[in-house]
Design a protein around this ligand. Structure first.
Ligand SMILES: [Zn+2]
Length: 123
């Protein structure tokens, strides 16, 4: 259950970013999660709820965007989306482990609501 430590580190990062906007309320956090990062979305959502409880982030929505696995094939010089099971270029079928996308776990943006206006900051 590594989602709990992931949620805790997101809370930490967002809290630090939001500290620049005193009095502001974090309403939404967008996350980019690669299909290979082995994060269970439901579990992460649950842990997010637990981790934000009683903090200034309580009630903030966590939006998870799953990124497909993308490999680069040297044979046909193409980047293609593949399933998690096979590491073959989807164009020519060549085996490739040149991963271009699919392992990320990063905060895409944090939406905060300042007392006077709402704005989005990029983490
Ligand atoms: Zn290829």
């Amino acid at each position: 259950m590594h989602e709990l430590s992931i949620a805790a580190s997101i809370v930490e990062t967002v809290t630090e970013s939001a500290a620049a906007y005193p009095g502001a309320q974090v309403i939404e956090v967008r996350l980019r999660v690669g299909a290979l990062s082995a994060v269970v979305e439901e579990s992460l959502q649950f842990c997010w709820g637990v981790s934000t409880e009683g903090t200034p982030l309580a009630g903030a929505k966590l939006v998870i965007r799953t990124m497909p696995v993308v490999v680069h094939c040297a044979g046909c010089n193409a980047d293609s989306e593949i399933g998690v099971q096979s590491f073959r270029c989807s164009k020519c079928g060549e085996l490739t482990a040149d991963l271009r996308q699919g392992q990320e776990l990063e905060i895409e943006s944090i939406e905060i609501e300042e007392p006077e206006s709402a704005s989005t900051v990029t983490a």
